[in-house]
Design a binder for this molecule. Structure first.
Ligand code: FAD
Length: 286
């Protein structure tokens, strides 16, 4: 099933994101995680991929295939311009077709001078267009409530996003954010630009101060003062910080659902316990 078909059915779509193991031959190690995520009944699970170096041929595709085959949950394989030129994308699409995976998240990936990277597709819009032209896949793409860090301003970023949608991106999934006002303002501006595809809100449960500080530096999201206070208060107590992070994510999601968000996309970081606690608290609100 194509991911866009989950939307517009009178309830918000719930999706998860996981990452594959890094080493070849270790796919089995993630099966307990996907089995525990499956029981939470997400509509779909996306599988990330590295930004370069492997021609896109890592464990992303086998894991996306396993999610469908073993768990019966719809899945989506991430593909980046940085790891894949047209030949790689053709091979990935062949592998996906062979395993019944019908959805691709088309991304540019982050530039990394330490990795060998491809430059055939300059931006995700070109990858989106290529996939739509050469395959029959549902295509999702990324969006940035606080503006992508390379964009000169939010208006330019939105124009580029509109072009990406016009190239064939059917669903947008947002970068993580911790202040819903950023997301709601972005959504309003996107609709004004006639970006009319569903937009799922990306939610990252905070469970580790250093990790979240590293992530926001990398992706340009901001930490609201109340979250900084929370991190400071509980940084020395991992159990309390995890509980506080879950409570923060649940409050954020409840507010977004009240505002009629199209979908909630939880960056699970392969931690089914945390995804489970959040899901249990929001299930009846979806
Ligand atoms: P683009 O859409 O190409 O945008 C990147 C920048 O270029 C923006 O500033 C945009 O305004 C600008 N731009 C876009 N089109 C044009 C154009 N035609 N001309 C000029 N400028 C343009 N990274 C990974 O490596 N692996 C993953 O699995 C992964 N999963 C992700 C999942 C989600 C939900 C999100 C939000 C991000 C993910 N990323 C992943 C990170 C992503 O690769 C980076 O954020 C990257 O910097 C931008 O990717 P993009 O697809 O948004 O790029």
């Amino acid at each position: 099933m194509k991911i866009k078909e989950f939307y517009g059915r009178g309830r918000a779509v719930l999706s998860f994101e996981i990452f594959p193991p890094k080493k070849e031959g270790t796919l089995d190690s993630v099966f307990p995680t996907i089995e525990r995520l499956q029981v939470l009944k997400p509509d779909f699970i996306g599988v990330t991929c590295g930004a370069g170096g492997t021609g896109g041929r890592n464990l992303t595709v086998p894991l996306a295939a396993a999610i469908r085959e073993k768990c019966g949950v719809e899945s989506m394989a991430h593909v980046t311009c940085m790891s894949s030129g047209p030949d790689d994308v053709d091979r990935i699409m062949d592998d996906l077709r062979a395993s019944g995976v019908q959805n691709i998240m088309a991304l540019r990936g982050d530039r990394n001078p330490d990795l060998e990277q491809k430059h055939d597709f300059r931006h995700a819009d070109e990858l989106v267009a290529y996939i739509r032209e050469h395959g029959d896949f549902g295509v999702c793409a990324a969006c940035y409530p606080e503006t992508h860090f390379e964009a000169p301003d939010s208006a330019t970023d939105l124009r580029n996003l509109k072009h990406k949608v016009d190239c064939g991106a059917e669903v947008l999934i947002s970068q993580l954010f911790f202040d819903n006002d950023h997301f709601l303002e972005f959504r309003e501006n996107a609709r004004r630009e006639e970006i009319n595809v569903p937009i799922s809100a990306g939610i990252m449960p905070v469970t580790n101060k250093k990790q979240i500080e590293r992530m926001v530096t990398m992706c340009g999201a901001s930490l609201p003062p109340k979250l900084v206070k929370m991190l400071q208060k509980y940084e020395g107590d991992p159990v309390a910080l995890t509980d506080a992070g879950i409570a923060y994510a649940v409050a954020q999601i409840a507010d977004l659902l009240t505002e009629g968000v199209d979908g909630i996309h939880i960056y699970t970081l392969n931690k089914p316990d945390i995804a489970g606690k959040i899901t249990a608290s929001i299930r009846s609100l979806l």
